[in-house]
Unconditional design. Structure first.
Length: 158
């Protein structure tokens, strides 16, 4: 089934793409200002526990672009999605719309996470102690919200 984008989904896709471009532009602008050694890993408390060459900042940006592209391509194949309800003729359109909303929002959230990590890395700063709990809360809240919303559309299969 070919999914049709709603106006909200188009707006969210544009926001996600702008954030992704913003991430690349941010790294480009910051490149000459980066110290030779930057944080390349943080522990669960947001403390820097490994340093590396400034070229390492390209890794999270590349990962973000790759994940964005993978999820975007996957979104064009809704029949491969694993949803929490049995798909019927009556609920198919709504299930796919809810799932597409989830996918797009998760892309935006992931870009924001990578952007935040890149910002702290570029400034050689530790992450705020609440970074990981907030990250987990936001991601899981989005997933739970849409799984519950989709689950109300029909008989559950999980």
């Amino acid at each position: 089934m070919k999914t049709k984008y709603t106006k909200l989904q188009i707006a969210l896709e544009i926001i996600g793409l702008l954030l992704l471009v913003g991430l690349v532009v941010f790294v480009y602008i910051q490149w000459d200002k980066l110290p030779q050694q930057i944080p390349v890993h943080y522990n669960a408390f947001g403390e820097i526990d490994r340093w590396g060459n400034k070229t390492a900042i390209i890794v999270p940006v590349t990962m973000c672009i790759a994940i964005y592209m993978f999820i975007t391509v996957l979104s064009f194949f809704p029949d491969t999605w694993n949803v929490p309800v049995q798909i019927t003729a009556e609920n198919k359109e709504k299930v796919y719309q809810y799932t597409m909303n989830l996918v797009i929002l998760l892309k935006i959230e992931l870009i924001i996470i990578f952007f935040s990590l890149t910002y702290y890395t570029a400034n050689a700063q530790t992450l705020p102690i609440i970074f990981l709990p907030i990250l987990i809360l936001i991601l899981f809240s989005t997933i739970i919200f849409y799984v519950m919303k989709t689950g109300r559309l029909g008989k559950r299969v999980i």
